[in-house]
Design a protein around this ligand. Structure first.
Ligand code: HEM
Length: 323
């Protein structure tokens, strides 16, 4: 009897999993964390392994990979468009101001795509999904929170440098501009404050924060002076400074810094210019749990921006090129 009901349970489980697998090819309803469970169960562990190795080799790579997903999603949705190289017909986003000489990690994505296609036996995992999973695994590799990544995005056949220039937020934005920028993506003020916490990892270049350290008034004097020594008024454009004091650890130091006017970017410090955003930043500064929970939630929300699903787009064979 016990055996009978167990077999029945297994049969039902098999049927329901098969049904969900069939409905995920193509998955019409939207994204699902289980999208690759049956078509390629090795996909996610493979991605995690390559990300861990890349981060172990260079801690900054985790930050760079997280940023790629953000810059993908904010330009016509999370569709892998940022990965397309320039051609006469592809207006590559890699050449847009926020990405040119700044976005990095493309070789790691190439490596992941090659390994995933090899273990899956065929190209079933989209480049857009690879970016989403890689972002999560990077955060985890640097000690941050984990979350279930919803999957089933397909890849674009186009890119838009113009949209990348207009829709990726700029470091000189003030708070109303940032709020409006996120709002146009369907994201709320809370998402802005939580996702800006991504700047707990990684670096920025002198040319990006120069204006802030010489011209802003809401900056800690000693902090600005110290940065000026490695970022002169002219030259040394590519010199790096960390976005918070612990750039290889996903922690709450970013928010602590904002409270002492040590945000590296004008857009970071902008979060302290209004009571509502300052209140959130304050609570994240001492409450890991709240930051981690909200960051994970907001990453899922960002990952849901306008995905291509069902028969839309394609699964690229090479993330850099349209099939
Ligand atoms: C709120 C508006 C945002 C602005 C204006 C902004 C701007 C920037 C800029 C200018 C840099 C430095 C680029 C360079 O110097 O080459 C940077 C770095 C970075 N950004 Fe943002 N960002 C924003 C939000 C986000 C979000 C939402 C994420 C991810 C969820 C993110 C993740 C990162 C990471 C991880 C780095 C370091 C990358 C590295 O070291 O390679 N940023 N950001």
């Amino acid at each position: 009897m016990a055996f009978g009901s167990l077999s029945l349970f297994r049969a039902l489980l098999f049927l329901s999993l098969t049904a969900s697998a069939l409905s995920t090819r193509p998955y019409k309803k939207g994204l699902s964390p289980h999208f690759y469970d049956l078509v390629c169960p090795q996909a996610l562990p493979t991605i995690k392994r390559v990300v861990e190795a890349a981060v172990q080799q260079e801690r900054r790579m985790g930050a760079s990979l997280l940023r790629l997903h953000f810059h993908d999603c904010f330009v016509n949705g999370c569709d892998g468009s940022i990965l397309l190289d320039p051609t006469p017909t592809v207006d590559s986003e890699k050449l847009a101001f926020p990405n040119n000489n700044s976005a990095r990690g493309f070789e790691v994505i190439d490596q992941i795509k090659a390994e995933v296609d090899r273990v899956c036996g065929r190209p079933v995992v989209s480049c857009a999904d690879i970016l989403a999973i890689t972002a999560r695994d990077s955060v985890v590799a640097l000690g941050g929170p984990s979350w279930k990544v919803r999957l089933g995005r397909r890849d674009s056949t186009t890119a838009s440098r113009t949209t990348a220039n207009s829709d990726i937020p700029a470091p000189n934005m003030d708070l109303p501009a940032l709020i409006n920028n996120f709002k146009r993506q369907g994201l709320k003020v809370k998402d802005l404050v939580a996702l800006s916490g991504a700047h707990t990892i990684g670096f920025a270049q002198c040319r990006i924060f120069r204006d802030r350290i010489y011209n802003d008034s809401n900056i800690n004097h000693a902090f600005a002076k110290n940065l000026q020594s490695s970022c002169p008024r002219m030259g040394s454009d590519g010199n790096l400074a960390s976005l918070d004091p612990t750039p290889a650890h996903f922690d709450t130091r970013y928010y602590n810094n904002l409270l002492s006017q040590k945000g590296l970017l004008h857009s970071d410090q902008a979060l302290s210019t209004d009571e509502s955003t300052l209140k959130l930043a304050k609570s994240y500064s001492y409450d890991y749990d709240a930051f981690w929970k909200d960051f994970a939630k907001s990453m899922v929300r960002m990952g849901n921006i306008k995905p291509l699903i069902g028969n839309q787009g394609q699964i690229r064979l090479n993330c850099r090129r349209v099939n």
